[in-house]
Each structure stands twice: as structure tokens, then as C-alpha cells.
Design a protein around this ligand. Structure first.
Ligand SMILES: C[S@@+](CC[C@H](N)C(=O)[O-])C[C@H]1O[C@@H](n2cnc3c(N)ncnc32)[C@H](O)[C@@H]1O
Length: 239
């Protein structure tokens, strides 16, 4: 079915369907958006050039991890606290979420986080090859209706992009309480030539990884009695 909001000829797989603004922000958070965000924001090069890993805080033995759709930022902040030697990029177009992450960064004095406050697919296009050691896509918008499935973040085009920017052996973690999304993800990722699902036993996908942290959506899902699934994939070596 066609998307009624799409401009004629628009690449609807690249449209943004989420929300950018929520409730009015408290003055403190608005202040963080004005003062701290400009210092941490990743700005894409103007003519489609690629970013340099060093400009993202990576390189010289320093790994780079990405979280797509960090929501209010609690998971990304916990990872950044736990791994001060790793550089992190968080992607989130929802302004209230970005303000939430900024509050964590300020409170915890985190010096290893950069923010791309826009669609992660735009960032993927600009990242250099093989620069990422880990990617988190946690509780992505499930878009449960069949006619909306092209809106899901995981899909053939995004997986090609992730395969390009992930290093050999890098890990892609996807978690969800939507079994439709989990089946969709397994179907797409296991069919992609560059990824391998790592699960060996049931607990590998029923339990959050030991080094993981709960997200806001995960807590909410569990409170409502929903089961959550945790998928871990490895980027196969090139060549
Ligand atoms: C259901 S929420 C989950 C938030 C958080 N990961 C959690 O588990 O609490 C999904 C988030 O992904 C963000 N998102 C959706 N598509 C995105 C994209 N293409 N790039 C970056 N963020 C995206 C949305 O703005 C939203 O905040």
C-alpha cells in the first residue's frame, strides 16, 4: 500500500516517521541543548564526504561503539560509564531524549560520548569503513502493521550500511519485546551474507547479555509482563 504522506517519487525507505519533540523541556534541559549539545554534536560533512574516525574520538587503539535510537539515554550513559576507554556515538532525533542523555553526560562527567541528533541512516552513510566495534539497536520502534514495515530500522539497506561501517568481528545487538520485530530481524540479518547469529543456547537470546544494561522501554515491557528477546550478531570477516 502506498504511503499517503509520501511526496511523489520520494524514497519512502528514507523518510523519518518518528517524533522529534515531546513535552516542553525544563529550563535546565533546554540549557543543555544550547550549551552542551553544540560541543558534542556530530555535524556531517557538507558534500557527502566521509567523517574521519579520529574526529569521532576513535583510532589509536580506541574502539568506537554506536547506539541507534538511545531514547532517554540511560543505556548509553551506563555503557559509557562502564567503558571509559571506548568512544561512543549516540543517535537520536527525539529532542527530549537527547536532552535526557545530555543530563546523564553532565551529571556523570562523561567525556567519551558524541551525539548525532538525527536519523542514524544519515550517519551510517558518512561513517568511514570498518570503524565500529559494536552497534546497539535496542527496542526499536516496532511498526507492527504490515503496511508500515518499510519503516523498521532493520532492513536490507540499513544492514548493507552497517556491514560497511562495522569492523570484522564487530557485534550488532538488537533487542525487542515485539516478536514480529524479532522474527523480522532474524529473517533479514541471518539472510545477509555479512552477519552471523551467535546464539547457541536458549539463554543466549532470552537473557540480556551479562554486560548489558536495561533500557527504559525494556523496563516498561517487563513491568507489563512482556518477554524480551536479545539478539547478537557478528560481522563476518571481510574477504
Ligand atoms: C521505542 S524507542 C526505544 C528507546 C530506547 N532504545 C529504549 O529502549 O528505551 C525507539 C527510539 O528510536 C528512535 N529512532 C527511530 N528511528 C531512528 C533512526 N532512524 N535513527 C535514530 N533513532 C531512531 C526513536 O526516536 C525512539 O526514541
Amino acid at each position: 500500500m502506498s504511503d499517503p504522506g509520501a511526496a511523489p517519487g520520494a524514497d519512502r525507505s528514507r523518510r523519518w516517521y518518528g517524533r522529534r519533540h515531546g513535552r516542553r523541556l525544563r529550563p535546565g534541559r533546554r540549557g543543555l541543548l544550547e550549551t552542551l549539545l553544540p560541543r558534542l554534536r556530530i555535524v556531517l560533512p557538507p558534500h557527502g564526504e566521509r567523517l574521519e574516525a579520529a574526529s569521532l574520538g576513535a583510532g589509536a587503539g580506541r574502539d568506537l561503539w554506536l547506539e541507534v535510537g538511545f531514547g532517554a539515554g540511560e543505556h548509553l550513559a551506563a555503557q559509557a560509564r562502564a567503558h571509559p576507554d571506548i568512544a561512543f556515538i549516540g543517535c537520536e532525533p527525539f529532542v527530549n531524549g537527547v536532552a535526557g542523555l545530555l543530563a546523564h553526560i553532565e551529571r556523570d562527567g562523561l567525556a567519551n560520548v558524541r551525539i548525532f541528533d538525527d536519523d542514524a541512516r544519515r550517519l551510517l552513510d558518512a561513517l568511514p569503513d570498518a570503524c565500529l566495534g559494536r552497534v546497539f539497536v535496542l527496542f526499536p520502534d516496532p511498526w507492527p502493521k504490515k503496511r508500515h514495515r518499510h519503516r523498521r530500522f532493520i532492513g536490507p539497506a540499513t544492514l548493507d550500511g552497517l556491514a560497511r561501517v562495522m569492523a570484522d568481528g564487530a557485534e550488532l545487538r538488537v533487542a525487542s519485546d515485539s516478536m514480529t520485530y524479532i522474527v523480522w530481524t532474524l529473517d533479514h540479518v541471518t539472510r545477509h551474507r555479512d552477519f552471523r547469529w551467535t546464539a547457541r543456547t536458549r539463554s543466549d537470546w532470552t537473557q540480556r547479555p551479562a554486560d548489558g544494561f536495561p533500557t527504559r522501554y525494556e523496563r516498561k515491557a517487563r513491568t507489563q509482563g512482556a518477554a524480551c528477546v536479545y539478539l547478537r550478531f557478528v560481522r563476518r570477516p571481510r574477504g
